[in-house]
Design a protein around this ligand. Structure first.
Ligand SMILES: Nc1ncnc2c1ncn2[C@@H]1O[C@H](COP(=O)(O)OP(=O)(O)OP(=O)(O)O)[C@@H](O)[C@H]1O
Ligand SMILES: Cc1cn([C@H]2C[C@H](O)[C@@H](COP(=O)(O)O)O2)c(=O)[nH]c1=O
Length: 209
């Protein structure tokens, strides 16, 4: 699973890893969450993030359930991919829901919230437990600069309410670090994303989490 702040470079990392794995003769399946344009739940997430569904986005638990329903719809496909491919790369997964939405709550509520996300997505929805999280860590300012650059390259991609909230991104970075420290749900490997990532150096950890 590739995790990190908005604009951290997750999609770039997923592409680089896929190329490096293919060059080693490994087959790769990949998915990115939310699955905009693929799932009705993801499209509802997008509408909420752009303020098109009243005050739905104010509800931390409501948003988390929508993200989780999007993933639940992909569970069978992910399980099939796990059988048919050497590696399944997911650009955001359950940990995104824990990190981003915990970051919208008071710090005292974080522990209870991340446990609720685990219980909802893994136990009730039966989503596969990841083998490894790759946390692409970059300073918030760098992630924001990259997100802004990407916006210039693709003007159809305006910033959503999470992306435009620098405070949220900073708190989310702190929650991610906490999840990585306790090895939440699965092992975590922190990847320094400030400069170019050496994709080949990550192939070992992918097979020995
Ligand atoms: N290591 C890097 N150094 C410099 N620029 C980078 C690096 N990685 C990615 N970028 C650039 O930063 C921008 C955002 O990258 P990318 O789309 O991969 O991020 P992302 O984490 O998937 O974003 P989001 O979560 O918002 O979809 C792109 O313009 C990309 O080319
Ligand atoms: C999958 C997922 C995502 N989020 C948050 C993280 C981002 O700020 C937005 C949208 O994701 P994108 O990478 O910008 O397309 O949603 C979340 O809170 N919970 C999730 O499960």
């Amino acid at each position: 699973m590739i995790e990190g702040l908005d604009g951290a470079g997750k999609r770039t990392l997923a592409t680089g890893l896929t190329e490096a794995l293919n060059a080693e003769g490994r087959t790769v399946a990949s998915h990115a969450f939310p699955r905009y344009g693929i799932s009705v739940h993801a499209d509802l997430v997008r509408d909420a993030l752009y303020g098109k569904i009243g005050d739905l986005s104010d509800s931390v638990y409501g948003m988390a359930v929508l993200y989780a329903l999007d993933r639940r719809g992909a569970a069978d496909e992910i399980r099939k991919d796990l059988e048919e491919h050497d590696v399944v790369l997911l650009d955001r997964y359950v940990a995104s829901n824990a990190a981003y939405n915990a970051a919208r709550l008071h710090q005292d509520e974080h522990g209870e919230f991340v446990e609720w996300v685990r219980e909802l997505e893994i136990e009730r929805f039966g989503l596969p437990v990841p083998d490894l999280h790759l946390l692409l860590r970059v300073p918030v300012e760098v992630a924001a600069e990259r997100a802004a650059k990407r916006e210039q390259d693709d003007d159809a991609r305006a910033r959503d309410i999470y992306e435009s909230d620098g405070g949220l991104q900073a708190r989310c970075g702190v929650v991610y670090d906490g999840l990585a420290n306790i090895g939440w749900l699965a092992p975590w490997q922190v990847v320094d994303g400030r400069s170019n990532v050496n994709f080949r150096s990550l192939l070992g950890p992918l097979f020995t989490p």
